[in-house]
Design a protein around this ligand. Structure first.
Ligand code: ZN
Length: 472
């Protein structure tokens, strides 16, 4: 008797982080994404819980893209005995390498800081740079648009997802049962300024779709651009500086592209732009390489162009001395990570700029609960930065550049292929429920929101068959 294949939601169920999905054919276990949980303490605690299956039993990992909440847990699995290949596109591998090494470094620094202060760290580091480097050695590049062997009895296929460079949707064909499961990964927008829209999914028995904006329609991007332009104009006119906290992967590139456009068409004055942050600079380099090479996922008009320095105003911060000097310079634009002011180079810049009312902080995306970015977005008069509580004198402006498809775009993508059951994941509960409802009413398909650690059978027209609870 053959065992029915199962799918277990080990993360990004009812939340947007910790993407981890386990496919088990009965004999072979494959993990799609191995991300870190981020956000409040309860979520972060999950990173320290024992993984539900021994890492050594996982035959392979398939990565949708290189973001930390999709790839950041891989070195921990390697440390615990995972020895299989990690499949992904070339550019996912290259971005994930930067992300994992950065994460290993941050954890090492935190451990050292704790040791110096004599206090016991709340939690031991999950991994260090040696573990991260070891994980990178297990990466295997696979091109999009073609079948590849994942593990015995499982064939994979990647299709561009238009979210960040290298991002892909993952199709797994399970040979013995004849079933197919598709993971959307994070899906990009149709109007990304550099990347082409996501490629349509194939027909499948089970569809696992992200639902970050399952209930929302994005605002017209021209409004966001106008807000950005007037913030820059007003700030420069009063002798201030614009600080843009920016996610290191993709958002920095989008912001640079938009600022360049605005300068070239005269909407804002030509103003020096400084990019700060090791990972942001590393990823910018990868985007430039990919555009020079003309990858198929790059918009044709962007191939061979240096969109990031259209107005000739781009500067890269290369040394601590340069950073110090920049802190004393006004009338510039600083783009620095992290996007939610939860760490990174932007914190130092804000410490020296946040009190001055001539300055402006432009928040360029989603601000998670509990972050300093959220506090600023909510209009707080005080904010904690680098262990100090500081007065907020600078103007705060939010412009929504999103790297995720909105509700109509998700439905259009889903509608371009047939699916047995659709599982809405990678969203706050309200967003996931809303998308599942729309899939039922608009597409007339079975759709559910799986619970954390729920296990379902992968079968045409079958819903959840077994709920596992109590695994903490
Ligand atoms: Zn992502």
């Amino acid at each position: 008797m053959t065992t029915a294949p199962t799918l277990q939601f080990l993360g990004a169920a009812g939340t947007v982080t910790g993407s981890r999905y386990l496919v088990d054919t009965g004999g072979v276990k494959v993990l799609v994404d191995a991300g870190m949980f981020q956000g409040d303490r309860a979520l972060r605690e999950r990173n320290f819980a024992p993984f539900p299956v021994p890492a050594s039993e996982i035959a392979a990992i398939v990565l949708t893209h290189g973001h930390f909440d999709h790839a950041g847990y891989i070195p921990k699995l390697v440390k615990d005995g995972f020895r299989g290949p990690v499949f992904g596109t070339e550019w996912t591998g290259r971005i994930a390498e930067l992300v994992l090494m950065d994460s290993g470094k941050i954890q090492e620094l935190e451990a050292k800081r704790a040791a110096r202060s004599g206090r016991k760290p709340l939690r031991p580091a999950l991994y260090n740079t040696v573990d991260a480097a070891r994980a990178v050695l297990q990466f295997r590049q696979v091109p999009g648009g073609t079948d590849f062997p994942v593990a015995p009895g499982i064939t994979g296929h990647l299709r561009p997802a238009g979210h960040i460079l290298g991002s892909a949707s993952v199709e797994l064909k399970l040979e013995e049962s004849g079933r197919t499961v598709v993971f959307s990964g994070d899906l990009g927008r149709n109007n990304h300024p550099i990347l082409l829209p996501p490629v349509a999914p194939p027909d499948c028995d089970a569809m696992v779709v992200e639902s970050t904006y399952g209930d929302r329609e994005h605002q017209d991007e021209t409004q966001a651009l106008q807000r950005l332009a007037s913030a820059v104009r007003n700030t420069i006119a009063r002798g201030g500086t614009v600080v843009i906290p920016s996610f290191a992967v993709d958002r920095t590139e989008v912001v640079l592209r938009q600022l360049g456009d605005l300068m070239v068409n005269g909407a804002i004055p030509k103003t020096p732009i400084y990019v700060d942050g090791k990972m942001a600079v590393g990823v910018l380099h990868l985007y430039r390489q990919a555009m020079a090479k003309g990858l198929p996922e790059i918009r044709p008009f962007a191939v061979g162009q240096d969109f990031f320095n259209q107005a000739g105003q781009l500067h890269i911060v290369k040394s601590p001395e340069q950073r110090e000097q920049l802190r004393r310079t006004n009338g510039v634009i600083i783009v620095a990570s992290s996007g939610m002011v939860s760490g990174g180079a932007v914190v130092g810049h804000l410490v020296s700029r946040i009190a001055d009312p001539r300055n402006t902080v432009v928040l360029s995306g989603y601000q998670g609960a509990g972050t300093s970015g959220r506090k600023l977005a909510e209009g707080s008069h005080k904010v904690w930065l680098d262990g100090r509580q500081l007065d907020v004198g600078a103007q705060i402006v939010s412009v929504g550049f999103s790297a995720h498809a909105d509700s109509p775009e998700l439905l259009k993508w889903l509608g371009s292929g047939k699916a047995g059951v659709t599982y809405a994941v990678h969203g706050e509960p309200r967003q996931s429920e809303a998308l599942a409802r729309k899939v039922r009413t608009s597409l007339k398909r079975r759709s559910v929101v799986p619970a954390y650690q729920q296990k379902v059978e992968i079968g045409r027209g079958h819903g959840p068959v077994q709920v596992q609870t109590g695994l903490s």
